[in-house]
Design a protein around this ligand. Structure first.
Ligand SMILES: NC(=O)c1ccc[n+]([C@@H]2O[C@H](COP(=O)([O-])OP(=O)(O)OC[C@H]3O[C@@H](n4cnc5c(N)ncnc54)[C@H](OP(=O)(O)O)[C@@H]3O)[C@@H](O)[C@H]2O)c1
Length: 248
């Protein structure tokens, strides 16, 4: 039976927040981890902290909105380690705004990263996972993939997409091709995600959350480690995580 330490994972958006925590937790669990994002200096620092053995980590400069860069990243993982067991589609942006304010460029960016980025990276790993007849795709959706709130209509729509796409992947690929699919749905988690919000009214709304103890990125990484630690006949499909003090 394959152990966790034999596994190879690719984590997108590994330069900060939840993706960084997932990459670190995987490294600690003994996996070989490829870290993908645009800020290579950050990836190199994190990779060096995960392991001083350069055979255990791989830094992949990658803008997930580019199909070519996603393919190149998967190619680099395969050239390095010859297989890919786990893809974590984590890269995401959340410039929330009210629809009436028409932040059209921010709508586009959310669709490009949160939707097309997931498609680009998933499309890039599928041929290998089909050939291997094994794999695990973990998609980081959100509580926003279940509940819609004002100023979140485009962001929520991208996360509803992630949930729908994941369930389609599962129905197609899990029973026949042994490719497992997990949706992780965090509620408010400490990270840099809210820094991209330019709508002042929305920023104030997030200040409300400073009243409660929010989730840490490591809490979400723990859920990912749980999902990937299960035996191959167990397909953990969905994990929703809220801070204990959160009402809504
Ligand atoms: N924090 C929360 O409350 C929360 C709750 C639910 C779900 N989530 C989801 O969790 C995921 C991670 O978010 P986070 O909270 O950890 O945010 P974060 O701290 O802002 O990290 C976002 C990551 O995504 C990467 N990224 C952004 N655009 C990219 C692109 N075009 N290509 C490649 N990588 C890109 C960033 O790296 P570079 O800038 O270096 O490229 C960074 O590593 C997102 O999908 C988010 O929607 C977060």
């Amino acid at each position: 039976m394959e152990t966790m330490t034999d596994k190879v994972a690719l984590v997108t958006g590994a330069s900060a927040g939840i993706g960084e925590a997932i990459a670190r937790a995987m490294g600690q669990a003994g996996l070989r981890v490829a870290l993908a994002a645009r800020r290579v200096d950050r990836l190199e620092k994190i990779a060096g902290e995960i392991s001083t053995d350069s055979e255990r980590t791989l830094v992949c400069p990658c803008d997930v909105t580019s199909r070519e860069e996603a393919k190149k990243t998967v190619g680099a993982v395969l050239d390095n380690w010859g297989k890919i067991d786990i893809l974590v589609n984590n890269a995401g942006v959340m410039p929330l705004s009210f629809v009436k304010n028409l932040h059209l460029d921010e709508w586009d960016r959310m669709v490009d990263v949160n939707v097309k980025g997931v498609l680009n990276c998933t499309g890039a790993v599928i041929p290998t996972m089909l050939e291997q007849q094994s794999g695990h795709i973990i998609n980081i959706s959100s509580l926003a993939g279940r509940r819609i709130f004002p100023a979140g209509s485009v962001y929520c729509a991208t996360k509803f997409f992630v949930c729908a796409f994941s369930e389609g992947l599962r129905a197609e690929l899990s029973p026949r091709d042994n490719i497992r699919v997990t949706i992780i749905e965090p509620a408010f988690t400490r990270s840099e995600l809210t820094l991209s919000i330019t709508d002042e009214t929305v920023k104030e709304r997030f200040a409300e959350f400073s009243q409660i103890k929010i989730l840490e990125a490591e809490d979400i990484a723990n859920a990912v480690i749980y999902a990937i630690s299960q035996p191959s006949h167990v397909n953990v499909n969905e994990i929703l995580i809220r801070p204990t003090e959160q009402e809504t």
